[in-house]
Ligand binder design. Structure first.
Ligand code: PEP
Length: 250
């Protein structure tokens, strides 16, 4: 059985003081969760988040990583730096990175490989824009992004990858994909992975849905057979809301 994974993506929110308060409030609310619980926090909050979550079932992740080991890349953070801070997960390919920071399938792949090489687990995001969806390009886009992100990644390393299917038009908009649509697109992504790695690897890969997932719609989405978790933006910023998503089955 695959363990579902619910991960919060805090984006550029929360100071260190906020981080300590939010994690502290979250701990008792999610302590009996049956899924894996992750908070992907800003780089500056990692140490505080790790300290606050020590000894609990909350894992800490980052939101980006550079592919180079070190060097003249002002403003970037290496996988080794994240490893030293003992983060478990890192997000790559989030649509906001693709949209505002010129992230491409190639750079997503490079970042993902660097993180895996350092021993981290990676949440790789894929998803179509509204224009792509309206021109019936969803399957084409998620196929291209999935193949691109996974280029030169071994079957062994795939075990440390989670894919997040996040339709861009559903992120931060309050507009959720229907559970059926999310399930159908995730099925397409899983089929791509099956062609690349075989049935067993594709079936054991966890694929999350992300895009305005919240306490109200989490149970319905999580009930779909292809959906193995959620990547949660807005609803991860309040302990009570995030806990309700994490405890979607209670
Ligand atoms: C996200 O940023 O990954 C996300 C899904 O955001 P939201 O839940 O706010 O749509």
């Amino acid at each position: 059985m695959k363990k579902p994974i619910i991960a919060g993506n805090w984006k550029m929110n929360k100071t260190n003081a906020d981080t300590k308060a939010l994690i502290t409030e979250l701990i008792p609310l999610v302590k009996d969760a049956e899924c894996e619980v992750v908070c992907c926090v800003p780089f500056t909050d990692i140490v505080t988040a790790r300290k606050a979550a020590r000894g609990t079932n909350i894992k800490i992740g980052a939101q980006n990583v550079h592919w180079a080991e070190k060097g003249a890349f002002t403003g970037e953070i290496s996988a080794e730096m994240l490893k030293e801070l003992k983060v478990t997960y890192v997000i790559t390919g989030h649509s906001e990175r693709r949209q505002y920071f010129a992230e491409t399938d190639e750079t997503v792949n490079k970042r993902t490989k660097a993180a895996l090489a350092a021993g981290l687990k990676v949440i790789v995001c894929v998803g179509e824009t509204l224009a792509e969806r309206e021109s019936n390009k969803t399957a084409e886009v998620v196929t291209r992004q999935t193949i691109g992100a996974l280029a030169d990644i071994s079957k062994q390393d795939l075990k440390r990858i989670v894919i997040a299917y996040e339709p861009v038009w559903a992120i931060g908009t309050g507009r959720t994909a229907t559970a059926q649509d999310a399930n159908d697109t995730i099925k397409i992504i899983r089929r791509v992975v099956r062609k690349l790695y075989g049935r067993a690897s594709a079936n054991s890969l966890r694929i999350q849905y992300g895009g305005s997932m919240n306490p109200k719609n989490a149970a319905e989405l999580m009930a779909m057979p292809q959906i193995d978790g959620g990547l949660i933006g807005g609803a991860s910023l309040k302990a009570e809301d995030f806990a309700k998503v994490v405890n979607y089955n209670k």
